[in-house]
Write a protein that binds this ligand. Sequence first.
Ligand code: WT7
Length: 677
Amino acid sequence: MAEKEYTETSEAQIAVHWGEEGYYMPSVKFIAQANMTDESIYDRFSMDNFPDCFKEYADLLDWYKYWDEILDTSDAPCYKWFKGGLLNVSYNCIDRHLAGNSNKTAIHFVPELEEEKIEHVTYRELWVRVNEMAAVLLDFCGLKTGDRVTLHLPMLPDLPVTMLACARLGIIHSQVFGGFSGSACGDRITDSGSSVLITMDAYYRGGKLLNHKQKADEAVGIAEKHGQKVDKVLIWQRYPGKYSASTPMVEGRDFFVNEVIKDYYGARVEPVKMPAEAPLFLMYTSGTTGKPKGCQHDTGGYLACVTATSKYVQDIHPEDVYWCMADIGWITGHSYIVYGPLSICASTVIYEGIPTYPDAGRCWRIAQDLGVNIFHTAPTAIRAFRKTGPEEPAKYNYEFKHMTTVGEPIEPEVWKWYYEVVGKGKAVIVDTWWQTETGGFLCSTIPAIKPMKPGSAGPGMPGIHCIIYDDKGNEVPPGKGIAGNLCIRNPWPGMFQTIWGDRDRFVRQYFEKYCKDSSSKDWRDWPYLTGDAAMMAEDGYVRILGRIDDVINVSGHRLGTKELESAALVVEEVAEAAVVPIRHDIKGVEPDIYVALKPGYEPSEEIAQKVNAALVREIGPIAKARKVWIVPDMPKTRSGKIMRRVLAAISNKSDVGDTMTLANPEVVEDIKKMVEN
Ligand code: WT7
């Protein structure tokens, strides 16, 4: 990886040293069956045809009332797509498929324990469950359109059932990644203003049945401390009819969904006709300050985007079995396990556990047994597979036609391994670059039209016009071998509408940098700043270097360094903290944390352990630091800013560069000695 990849602030015009990779061609067999083979799509979606081109996406959906204005920019950069249109997401993902496909499998659920039976949920069964759950939300919880509900659910079918039940009623769901702590969940309950939390008693991870219910008690406590009262906690049972956690139920607050729902067996709830611009869900993501931001996604634009991209980029057909290995708690799972695939009537796989349980062959057995032919995962998983050797995939008799990599830059070596070993040299690969904020893919090849290039995400999707700016706002032209700040020149369906409750932060963070006229209502004046540094090759393919802000990407999980630092500061003895990314074979990067103690405290192993415990408690196990370094002082600029760049260089054993401008250059040597020993 490039040395400058993780500098803490933008250094647009980063020279890039890697060579260009050659093209890989999709097979004739793949092209012959592909959903999108018409190259003119790039002309149809040219800048001249913006925004009308996106009618093609909208027309993949069923509308109660067709929209009358494709893009309303009157509140730029908060846009409204398909204005005047009315639709329902649950209707589009379920009801509309019943006439022709009611007995088709919508969800293949694979429990982590191999001795447990795989469950095949048909579209009709999904429809029944979603209706009944919607009745619970409406009648038992008293929720209505526009209310927010926090979900803290693991990877079971109850999660999409709950999401779709919310969507049926226009209730805004906010699903918090199941691996996050109770405290992180509590913060998100507070920010979203949810009075109902929906969770599960337990789930399997690495062969252990984890008590998940205890996190709900913590979450509710935290939320109440911050003034957000949670009236009801609904608990799905991992084993219906049986409580699998040891934590007591709270009388009058906690209810088992599996019990309550019995009163609603057979209930049918009409889908609510929602305006296209109504919010569908919030997805919290890390930012440059400690407070996570709730990305607000709409109904019509979002569904149109994920439907079209599932069809054209994921190339899902009715007869395919599609498995995206992400967690539904992240945007990838929302867009490409649940909403996109179900909208096009796919069979989507949900796997409860970890990919290597009970052994390295598990994924390939699942693929073989279910006949999975489209596989979607992240570089961090691919690196882990690679570590276990090429024999494993070869033992199993599956055949992928299509594979996806997403979430972080993939090294060309790892890409080639994925292609040869996992794909057995037959599957096409798409490297899809996008973000929580963007709802769907921004850069990717359309697999039957554009060749693959290892390590490059590919060109902007049709209708997505990428540009690279330097810090002054000059375009860095393609093919110069120079990276800069990757921006999108135009809005698109799928783009988030705002940060929940914080329009100013939305504008400041994503648009201010390159907006020349903040009163403009013209979308051309509002390029979207992605926060990624990238380079565009001569052919328009975009290669991502990584984040330009204080965000690190651990195993594809995005963590704000500031969030980790503020968690460390919860420890009584800690005065200052700085998190830096360190390269890791599998995870891409992992955090190292440097802390300086308050005066009067001596460094000890005990304090180091307390810091790590705080990271796990406040954020979750993925935030655990590789090392906690207790240092005498932080290297600082004269204005008192911590020089994370210097610490990152020390952790990564690379050149610290010029330190003479620091207020305390001598401390660098001390820290270096400590880390090197
Ligand atoms: C950040 C967004 C997109 C869903 C999962 C992560 C990095 C994402 C790629 C890719 C290189 C990638 C970027 C981006 N990223 N996809 N194909 N190649 N980098 O969503 O948590 O919002 O993270 O992940 O840095 O900004 P997220």
